[in-house]
Write a new protein. Structure first.
Length: 177
């Protein structure tokens, strides 16, 4: 009987884990100052992998909106979604992408609590010098909301995780501007 209980408890606890983990790489500085570029082109956020439920879709929209707003402040000459003319010199392309995403929604938090698992996101932002086609930076940012923290806050930490990953990406742009 104890073995069955331990096995059942182990399976329930395994449901709390997420398979999204921080990359082992240290975030490298930009090869050139990002502020040296006269023009910047912000490509739309793309998603490489996510669970795909409505909570994840809303999370993608939130990340896209917050990232666009923040990067517009960091790079004043940004043209969101528009290509910079080939004749322009000092052109920077910014390509954000969600490498992986799992966002637990409020309903899951209320009904399942910590058993709904952790939320996590990996956000990559690729900076390319269009004059040379050289990638000058490609940092990957990680944020996680622990399952128990999400349960105690009824999902507030899950939402804050999205804001935190965007802030980290924008801080990178500010730091190496």
């Amino acid at each position: 009987m104890k073995i069955i209980f331990v096995a059942a408890a182990g399976m329930l606890l395994a449901a709390c884990t997420t398979q999204i983990h921080a990359k082992d790489e240290t975030i490298q500085p930009s090869k050139v100052p990002l502020g040296k570029f006269k023009y910047a082109e912000l490509k739309p956020l793309i998603v490489e992998k996510m669970e795909g439920d409505s909570s994840d879709q809303k999370a993608v929209e939130k990340i896209a909106n917050e990232l666009e707003g923040c990067l517009n402040m960091v790079f004043p000459a940004i043209k969101a979604g528009k290509s910079v003319a080939d004749t322009d010199t000092g052109r920077l392309r910014i390509e954000p992408s969600i490498v992986d995403l799992k966002k637990v929604n409020t309903g899951e938090r209320i009904f399942a609590g910590a058993l709904a698992g952790s939320s996590a996101v990996l956000l990559k932002v690729k900076y390319t010098d269009l004059s040379t086609q050289q990638v000058v930076a490609e940092p990957i940012f990680y944020a996680k909301a622990a399952a128990m923290g999400g349960a105690w806050t009824f999902g507030a930490t899950d939402g804050l995780m999205l804001t935190r990953v965007v802030e980290n990406a924008c801080d990178y742009g500010r730091k190496y501007y």
